[in-house]
Design a protein around this ligand. Structure first.
Ligand SMILES: Nc1ncnc2c1ncn2[C@@H]1O[C@H](COP(=O)(O)OP(=O)(O)OP(=O)(O)O)[C@@H](O)[C@H]1O
Ligand SMILES: [Mg+2]
Length: 348
């Protein structure tokens, strides 16, 4: 069984004008030590997914359906007390802004010791020793001195190293990192990402990495989810998706990468923008931006504007797109016709 299993997750925000559906039928698994990327434009529901995994979704948000099974236990039906044991301990989270995690009035050492003592029966001295060890692991210069410093005395990159040390403090099984390097200088981003990857690999920690950066996803993760307007529209092995994206949205994201443009030309941005969740287009939510809503013969494919696409399996990937479903169906028919012909030839 997978370490983490998310089934049919449905998350809504109860607003005055009615419920907004932020996640619809989200399904994925994470094996022990596996690294999974979640990508998609702003507003796709990536952070909502991350918060929901730890049951941290705040009102008016609520889980309207589905289940999150961690290590065989359904997380969304645990008591708050039981959940606190999992949060920070077995699953920890790294946010874009280190100050979401760091307490400005406590020294780094105090916060780390407090965190350890909240989850383990341990003396202050032993906790300080563990904290020091973790600071060494994240390669902070003069770690002893850092223990007595306050968050504001450190640079952004240094703070994010501390956050990684705190995320690793209780030897978690999974780290969820939501845009962990976006707030940092470009030169430091790669260093921090490399450090996170190295530590996850070394300690066999699973990673759910949320990012806009497809380059990082392709370097760091083994599998990926592509989200659009609250749904996963493509998922599978990262290499397969990056090399041969099936969904027109995923193709659009990859074509928009700077390295895909001819030098001197404009970037190939996907036209239009992500729709508001309270006003989703009918059928496939991506259809108003899609260049492929016509069939091969030029006539429109009515399903694109009328039916929410189901998942089809293409290679090792799952894709929710009517065009892809049609292409696969055609391939299958051709294959069957070919097989029938061969049978006729061999048994005339
Ligand atoms: N507190 C809230 N109240 C109402 N709706 C919300 C709230 N938080 C999120 N949403 C809805 O969920 C959608 C997805 O938000 P989310 O923060 O998960 O996007 P994201 O994919 O993380 O985007 P970004 O890349 O900008 O971080 C939002 O566009 C909004 O419609
Ligand atoms: Mg976000």
């Amino acid at each position: 069984m997978a370490l983490l299993e998310v089934n049919h997750l449905d998350v809504r925000f109860a607003l005055r004008q009615g419920d907004v559906r932020a996640l619809r039928d989200v399904n994925f698994t994470l094996e022990r030590g596996e690294r999974l990327g979640i990508v998609g434009e702003s507003g796709a529901g990536k952070s909502v997914a991350a918060f929901t995994l730890l049951n941290l979704i705040a009102k008016p948000g609520y889980i309207a359906g589905g289940e999150i099974i961690f290590d065989g236990k359904p997380l969304n039906s645990l008591s708050e007390r039981a959940l606190r044991k999992v949060r920070g301990n077995r699953i920890s989270m790294i946010f874009q802004d280190p100050m979401m995690t760091l307490n400005p009035v406590l020294s780094i050492g105090e916060q780390m010791v407090e965190c350890l003592k909240a989850h383990r029966r341990i003396s202050t001295k032993a906790a300080r020793a563990i904290a020091l060890d973790k600071l060494r692991q994240v390669q902070i210069p003069s770690p002893e001195a850092r223990l007595d410093q306050y968050p504001h005395e450190l640079s952004g990159g240094m703070r994010q190293r501390i956050i990684i040390a705190i995320a690793l403090l209780l030897d978690p099984d999974i780290i969820i990192a939501d845009e962990p390097t976006t707030a940092l200088d470009v030169t430091i981003q790669a260093e921090i990402m490399a450090l996170l990857l190295e530590l996850c690999e070394k300690h066999n920690v699973g990673l759910i990495l949320i990012t806009h950066d497809l380059g990082v996803v392709s370097q760091v993760t083994q599998r990926m989810l592509v989200m659009y307007a609250g749904r996963v529209i493509e998922q599978g092995p990262t290499r397969e998706i990056i090399n041969d994206p099936q969904h027109p949205y995923t193709q659009g994201l990859i074509n928009a990468l700077p390295q895909m443009a001819t030098p001197g030309e404009r970037l190939n941005q996907i036209r239009g923008s992500m729709p508001s969740l309270s006003n989703l287009p009918s059928g496939c939510a991506f259809h108003p931006r899609c260049d492929f809503i016509n069939r091969a013969d030029g006539t429109p494919r009515p399903a694109c504007t009328q039916q929410v696409p189901e998942f089809v399996t293409s290679g090792n990937c799952q894709v929710a797109c009517h065009m892809v479903a049609e292409l696969l169906e055609k391939e299958r028919e051709e294959q069957e016709a070919g097989d029938a012909n061969r049978l006729k030839e061999t048994n005339p």
